[in-house]
Design a protein around this ligand. Structure first.
Ligand code: GDP
Length: 294
């Protein structure tokens, strides 16, 4: 992710650095290039417009252009604004009486079931006792897939096949966790190829029954702005507490990750960086900004 954007921004800033002293016009040209690079990376156009405006205002400040290394200062401004855009570091709210309930939602194929396993694995490494709940009765293989993941990881999975209503499964799963003193419950919910009313009603019902502390949207970074639209719709309907972007190890342009916070207000909490069960990283805006700028 971000390979192309990173390359373009670097060549813009290399050119800027080669100039020594900078004029307003130099900054203007550079910002036009930054704007194009961000748009080509599929960043939401309003986000790009505001971003470039903010950078320009700061960069054209007299002290910057008069400084000894103006290009470096401009890069620093872009770096800080990127961090600002990406939001704060991803942290889960695990406060309150156990078990803490985390609901994973998202479209089919986004990586939801795999991410449930990854998250359970990550939480266990942090010293928690997680339990998984297989409440995706819609995709035929999802329940089995989660059972297999649980087995591989040695993490318990509450599953009841595909017959019972998912809200019942979720509620009984949480009850079992409480009974057995598991402190975090991760519920894998159903997805669809597209958002529909039945899905939203089911998720609302699960939410009402299990009172989740976190509702995390699992979104495929490869789907670009579509992921932002999906997040917006889910957020308005059921209220998201965060997003986990998957497949950032692929060649996604990265625009979704750079837009989602500004467009929807929902922070990114984790990144899925591969198919393996340990390929999940807490989100660090500063690291990502540094990676983008090389
Ligand atoms: P679900 O329908 O949302 O439950 O999706 P799955 O969990 O079955 O995942 C769909 C596909 O995406 C599987 O082949 C996963 O291995 C793959 N996948 C999930 N997360 C990642 C990731 O972070 N990187 C890569 N490369 N593949 C992923």
């Amino acid at each position: 992710m971000f390979d192309e954007l990173s390359e373009k921004l670097q060549s813009t800033f290399d050119r800027l650095a080669g100039k020594g002293q900078l004029t307003e016009k130099d900054v203007d040209i550079a910002m036009r290039e930054v704007k194009i690079a961000l748009l080509e990376a599929d960043v939401n156009f309003k986000v790009v417009r505001d971003f470039v405006k903010r950078v320009k205002e700061k960069a054209i400040g007299a002290e910057v252009l008069k400084s000894l290394t103006p290009a470096q200062v401009v890069v620093k401004i872009v770096h800080d604004e990127l961090i600002d855009l990406l939001g704060e570091a991803g942290r889960l709210d695990l406060s309150g009486p156990p078990p803490t309930v985390i609901m994973l939602v998202g479209l089919q194929g986004s990586g939801k079931t795999t991410t449930a396993g990854k998250l359970a694995n990550w939480l266990r490494k942090q010293g928690h006792r997680p339990m998984l709940v297989a409440a995706d009765t819609y995709r035929p293989a999802a329940v089995k897939q989660l059972e297999v993941l649980g087995e591989q990881l040695g993490i318990p999975v509450h599953s009841e096949g595909t017959e019972p209503p998912p809200p019942d499964i979720a509620e009984r799963g949480v009850r079992e966790a409480k009974h057995k003193a598991y402190d975090v419950v991760i519920i894998d919910t159903a997805g669809r190829l597209q958002i529909d009313e039945a899905l939203m009603q089911e998720l609302e019902e699960i939410k009402a029954r299990v009172n989740p502390r976190e509702i995390l949207l699992v979104a495929d970074a490869m789907t670009g702005q579509e992921a932002v639209n999906v997040a917006d719709t889910f957020h308005k309907r059921i209220g998201l507490t965060g997003v986990i972007f998957t497949k950032v190890d692929g060649d996604a342009r990265g625009g979704a990750a750079l837009s989602i916070r500004a467009v929807t207000g929902v922070p990114i909490k984790f990144l899925g960086v591969g198919e393996k069960l340990d390929a999940l990283e807490p989100f660090h805006p500063d690291r990502l900004a540094s990676r983008i700028l090389g």
